[in-house]
Design a protein. Structure first.
Length: 348
């Protein structure tokens, strides 16, 4: 059955080509040149983050590997540190090693936020430390601004670069009493995604000082990312900056209401208990395979996509799934989400 509604940000009617093109129409005129949307996007992101320069990339994977390569070459060090469940390690087939010959040093416990003592225990010179805001694979947890400030200060004093994996920085800012520029000031480089919370098509922007971004542009070309027809990706991102970015606090409030309803019901529970951002995890008393089959049955019968995939759990009788509330998530009331989750066992 066709997906009619989706709690997942990454599927559903809002991501259909027709809907994306409809939202893009008003942002392109007869006078728009192919390079204009990309330039506007880079300038807007740089200004929003308070950085001197910014550079478009066709993928976040390329942007972050480029940042690590530049930081490594400038410091003559091959190792970077990050949380054990860093996106660069878990989701990118260790491209940092296969393509760039870099080494990854995990810091801290895989189920907890990285701390300053974790970094101090690394024990080898680092080119950079990657901070993912929020830490997606442990439920979207977010360090306090004080902790983040202390950690990035220590990193920079040690001679390493502080890099922000800001794939969800647009959402993470709602968890701080600080502007995007104030958060970004803690880091030498900041990567932001254009297709998650912004609901763009694809792409990323890397921001930093002019010298670093200039070197990043060289590596972007070497890696095949200096594409001349990037304007559709940039236009879709600009639409998201106009339409979705101002609503991030609204998305967070709805995520907190949904999590509160789930926790009050008791069949499932969330991590964090109170989401710090629009992102959180739901923990189910079901084996992963059963939850996946039940969710597919729900989609087949009703056209509702509850989640993309279930995550395994150390206890094989349990699993979890990710919720990232965006515009599509507002279509679901908290009580409806609770009933959909509670109804999963009946669909096996």
């Amino acid at each position: 059955m066709e997906i009619r509604r989706s709690l997942s940000q990454h599927s559903g009617p809002r991501r259909s080509p027709a809907e994306v093109l409809r939202r893009m129409t008003g942002h392109v005129t007869a006078r728009t040149r192919p390079e204009d949307p990309v330039r506007e996007l880079e300038e807007r992101v740089a200004e929003l983050l308070g950085k001197p320069a910014a550079l478009f990339f066709p993928s976040g994977t390329m942007a972050q590997q480029t940042a690590m390569r530049v930081h490594a070459e400038r410091r003559g060090r091959l190792t970077f540190a990050a949380h054990p469940q860093s996106h660069l390690q878990v989701w990118e087939n260790q491209g940092y090693a296969a393509v760039h010959g870099l080494r990854f040093h995990p810091a801290g416990d895989r189920h907890e936020l990285m701390t300053l003592p974790d970094l101090q225990a690394v024990g080898e010179p680092l080119a950079a430390v990657v901070f993912e805001l929020p830490q997606r694979d442990i439920g979207g947890q977010l360090p306090s601004l004080a902790d983040l400030t202390a950690q990035t200060r220590w990193v920079r004093e040690s001679g390493a670069a502080a890099h922000c994996d800001g794939a969800r920085l647009w959402e993470a800012q709602t968890g701080y009493d600080a502007s995007f520029a104030e958060i970004a000031a803690l880091f030498d480089t900041v990567y932001v995604s254009l297709y998650k919370g912004l609901e763009g098509v694809r792409g990323a922007v890397l921001a930093g000082d002019a010298d670093t971004i200039g070197q990043a542009a060289v590596w972007r070309r070497r890696l095949g990312g200096a594409i001349t027809d990037a304007w559709p990706l940039a236009v879709a991102a600009l639409v998201g900056m106009d339409e979705n970015l101002p609503r991030m606090a609204e998305f967070k409030a709805h995520a907190q209401a949904v999590a509160a309803a789930i926790n009050a019901d008791g069949f499932a529970h969330t991590t964090p208990h109170v989401p710090a951002t629009p992102l959180f995890h739901v923990h189910l008393p079901l084996p992963r395979a059963d939850a996946q089959r039940a969710a597919q049955a729900l989609t087949d019968e009703t056209g509702i996509r509850l989640f993309l995939h279930a995550r395994s759990h150390p206890d094989p009788r349990r699993c979890s799934f990710e919720v990232s509330v965006g515009a599509s998530g507002l279509d679901f009331t908290p009580d409806e989400v609770v009933e959909l989750i509670k109804g999963l066992p009946s669909r096996l």
